[in-house]
Design a protein around this ligand. Structure first.
Ligand SMILES: Cc1cc2nc3c(=O)[nH]c(=O)nc-3n(C[C@H](O)[C@H](O)[C@H](O)COP(=O)(O)OP(=O)(O)OC[C@H]3O[C@@H](n4cnc5c(N)ncnc54)[C@H](O)[C@@H]3O)c2cc1C
Length: 454
């Protein structure tokens, strides 16, 4: 056998190692370096290595196929560098976040200590250029969102609100001075952002109906009104507030600083999903904001919509991560759990559920992969992002519900993670545009008729 084939076989053997094991190995050794070294081994050494790996597999009784939610090997489409970053995020989520999420979810607390640890990953503001941001393709933003949500959707929502909605508003709608002031410290997670658009009386209809008002008094802007559901708002350093100008009737955006007089954020209690996310009701009472803190390039709702278009793709990736986490947990469980003397994974009806799950998951993954490619090629439209959001949030609901089903009673226990994914999928389904609203966006694009209002 040629050395080339031996290396390929060894790589295949490594690939067949369980994803969790592979993540651990990758943390301990630089896999790309290891591959180079493998190429330098002679045939005898390679034979020895392969024998060792095979024996290890037998010892671990892992002659079953690996547990991976990447059935079509989309990971292979990433560069070595991109794959490395993906694995760094995966390791971080497995080691630092997974052990604490269920407890925090249960108590509806945000684990503030992880912010310091997150800083080291340098994954904030991924696609932006300048201001200390990594300036990687949107594809990587999606991959990262998937990796975070694969372990916990709340943490990925915290991240999406900060890095996508809040930083994105400043990046797309801020003046150069505003970007210079906020983006570098937000990139380092030294300042945390929130995004306040939805209101108690206005959700889907924000484009034309914001009740929160702003009025210019010749020197400052005076904000009045309420916002609902605003993630991170109880502790954020800067909250982007969207308000309707009473004089021009146009929507404007403001950088409201923590502690600004007239700004009050109260935590929303008793949520049945995304319990780690600190959502708030914000009340603005004659809140005075200087003109220098008005987003200088946000002149109408069209500018707000640009931010939503950019981040909606990320929400579709989050849905994929949620489905992947649930599928992998369920697959693992069904291979271990025995009933009637055999693992339940060996029963046809259970396999049918698992295949439905992996089909949906694979369809979603290939769709969001293409979505990000379009975003990177500057071809993304509102309807592209909306279609992905609708499809993925619907399919995710199906995947998590089957994951819960194959786990029987244990499917409703937090201990096995799937119960958390089931609940969190409900929030993904509704935020950043409900199924109906995103369908209306796609419907308008394909028929040429707007059906938003009769
Ligand atoms: C966990 C969570 C976190 C969130 N975080 C934030 C945040 O950080 N910042 C922020 O600004 N917002 C946030 N939101 C708000 C979110 O974007 C809204 O919930 C969403 O836009 C829907 O608005 P709504 O809940 O008021 O529902 P509504 O608009 O009241 O809709 C109720 C139902 O009516 C349907 N409907 C409405 N209009 C039409 C129509 N024309 N035709 C057919 N059906 C229609 C909807 O699809 C839905 O099924 C968050 C929400 C959740 C649940």
């Amino acid at each position: 056998m040629s050395v080339f084939r031996k290396v390929r076989n060894t790589i295949n053997l490594l690939k067949s190692v369980d994803m969790d094991q592979l993540a651990k190995i990758n943390k301990q050794i630089d896999l790309s370096e290891a591959m180079k070294s493998l190429g330098q081994l002679d045939e005898r050494q390679l034979k020895g290595l392969m024998k060792m790996l095979k024996t290890k597999q037998k010892k671990g009784q892992s002659d079953l196929p690996p547990i991976t939610g990447d059935f079509y090997n989309l990971d292979l489409k990433l560069t070595e560098e991109q794959r490395k970053l993906q694995m760094e995020v995966r390791n971080f989520m497995e080691d630092e976040v997974r052990p604490l999420v269920n407890d925090h979810w249960n108590r509806a607390k945000f684990p503030h200590e992880i912010i310091e640890k997150f800083k080291k990953l340098n994954i904030t503001g991924v696609p932006y250029e300048g201001y200390g941001c990594p300036n990687l393709p949107f594809l990587m933003e999606g991959i990262i969102a998937q990796e975070i949500a694969r372990v916990d959707v709340s943490i990925s929502t915290f991240f999406g609100v900060h890095s996508g909605l809040a930083m994105g508003s400043i990046y797309l709608c801020g003046s150069e001075e505003q970007k210079q002031e906020w983006l570098p410290k937000m990139q380092k997670l030294d300042a945390i952002g929130a995004f306040g658009l939805t209101e108690p009386n206005v959700g889907s209809g924000v484009a034309g109906g914001l009740e929160t008002t702003c009025k210019f008094d010749g020197e400052n802007w005076i904000l009045n009104g309420q916002k609902k559901w605003i993630g991170n708002a109880t502790f954020a350093d800067v909250i982007i507030i969207w308000a309707r100008d009473v004089d021009s009737n146009q929507v404007k955006g403001f950088l409201v600083r923590k502690g600004n007089p007239g700004y009050k954020a109260e935590k929303m209690e008793d949520k049945m999903a995304l319990r780690i996310v600190q959502n708030a009701i914000i009340t603005l009472t004659d809140c005075v904001i200087p003109e220098s803190d008005r987003l200088q390039k946000a002149d109408s709702f069209k500018d707000t919509a640009k931010v939503l278009r950019m981040t909606r793709a990320g929400v579709a990736w989050q849905a994929v991560g949620c489905a992947r986490g649930a599928y992998e947990s369920a697959l693992k469980y069904t291979r271990k759990r025995e009933q009637f003397g055999r693992p339940i994974a060996s029963y046809q009806l259970i396999q049918n559920h698992l295949v439905e799950m992996v089909s949906n998951l694979t369809a979603m993954q290939t769709l969001v992969f293409r979505l990000s490619e379009m975003q990177d090629a500057d071809l993304l439209t509102d309807e592209h992002a909306s279609l992905a959001k609708v499809f993925c949030s619907m399919r995710t609901r199906d995947v998590v519900s089957r994951a819960r089903e194959v786990m029987g009673g244990n499917g409703i226990l937090l201990e096995h993670d799937v119960a958390r994914f089931v609940a969190d999928a409900e929030a993904i389904y509704s935020y950043e545009g409900t199924k109906e609203i995103n369908s209306l966006i796609v419907g308008r694009a394909i028929t040429g008729y707007s059906a938003f209002v009769s």
